[in-house]
Design a protein around this ligand. Structure first.
Ligand code: PMP
Length: 318
């Protein structure tokens, strides 16, 4: 835990997990100045704790903070706090395949003040939770053509709490129709695939891996996305960072040139997509065997995360 008061971060400490006391006028409750991260630590066969790409999460937390007028947190405070906490909490990572420690760093406003202005006080916290094996049950998705997750000039690239609040209702409607998640489209024309609610999405059409670029500011710069693209290029896969049009996706489904579709994110690493709903039609995708790119890259990433192969990208902190 760290507190921001009088223009600086201080009062660094580790405390047992416990409820917070908040004033009813707490600024976060009313105006939503809150940003967070999601990351994981793993254990190798020797029992050492391996932290995956924490530097990337630290940078993204500060990019999100900047957009929400939250003071940036110095890198050394983030990293030292995290490593100190892991000395205690890594004891909770079960030494069994597929298990890891989910880590949730976050910053939120703590001013007790009604009025629209940036808070003058903030709290940074990290808590962790052991998580079990992710049984990669494929997901069904619906292309969203009415609601918008993120508009250009908005906060879509930030991991800001309010982005998720605004996405709940459309996602709930899709779930009532029987779909697990939405495929968000752009806010202007709804003709371009952006990402899903908790994952970036990738498509393999013929031999080319296509995923939305992060240059419009409407898509979260997923760390798994970046890792998968890096490995894909190394594995000799042709990668195109460009928007896939909804009509193009539908054509690829109709002509069976869509070979694979999957989401990428910290929770699942890779989540296969088994069904896509586009303008009134459901398209099923065949199940993938171990020769599919998505399964090969999942294995490679897991092998890096669990220290089974060389970490040639310096993604692991021990
Ligand atoms: N998009 C959104 C909206 C997300 O919430 C997440 C999860 N953080 C992702 C993409 C995937 O990002 P990452 O690979 O860094 O977990």
């Amino acid at each position: 835990i760290a507190d921001y008061e009088n223009g600086e971060w201080g009062n660094f400490r580790i405390e047992p997990y416990a409820p917070l006391q908040l004033n009813p006028a707490n600024a976060t409750l009313h105006y939503g100045q809150s940003v967070f991260e999601g990351m994981k630590a793993y254990k190798n066969d020797a029992g050492e704790t391996l932290l995956f790409r924490a530097d990337a999460n630290q940078k993204r937390l500060n990019e999100s903070a900047k957009r929400m007028c939250i003071p940036e947190l110095p890198e050394n405070i983030f990293m030292e706090g995290l490593l100190q906490l892991l000395k205690i909490d890594s004891a909770w990572i079960p030494n069994r395949p597929g298990y890891s420690l989910y880590i949730r760093p976050f910053i939120f406003a703590t001013d007790d003040y009604l009025g629209i202005r940036p808070s003058e006080k903030y709290k940074f916290m990290i808590f962790t939770c052991p998580v079990g094996h992710y049984y990669s049950k494929p997901v069904s998705v619906k292309v969203e053509s009415k609601y918008t997750r993120a508009a250009e000039g908005g906060t879509g690239y930030a991991k800001a709490a309010g982005n998720y609040a605004g996405s709940l209702y459309p996602a709930l409607l899709a779930q009532k129709e029987g779909y697990d998640q939405l495929l968000w489209t752009d806010g202007k024309s709804h003709q371009h695939i952006e990402e899903s609610g908790t994952m970036n999405v990738m498509f393999i059409i013929n031999d080319t891996l296509i995923t939305a670029p992060t240059t419009t500011g409407t898509i979260l710069k997923g760390i798994t996305r970046d890792s998968v693209l890096t490995l894909a290029r190394e594995m000799g896969v042709k990668v195109e960072e460009r928007f896939l049009r909804v009509a193009e996706l539908e054509d690829a489904l109709k002509s069976h040139t869509l070979k694979e579709a999957f989401g990428t994110g910290t929770a699942a690493t890779i989540a296969h997509i088994s069904k896509i709903h586009i303008s009134g039609n459901d398209y099923e995708l065949p199940q993938k065997d171990e020769t599919a790119f998505s399964n090969r890259v999942l294995k490679r990433l897991d092998d890096i995360k669990y220290g089974k192969i060389e970490d040639s990208h310096n993604w692991i902190i021990k």
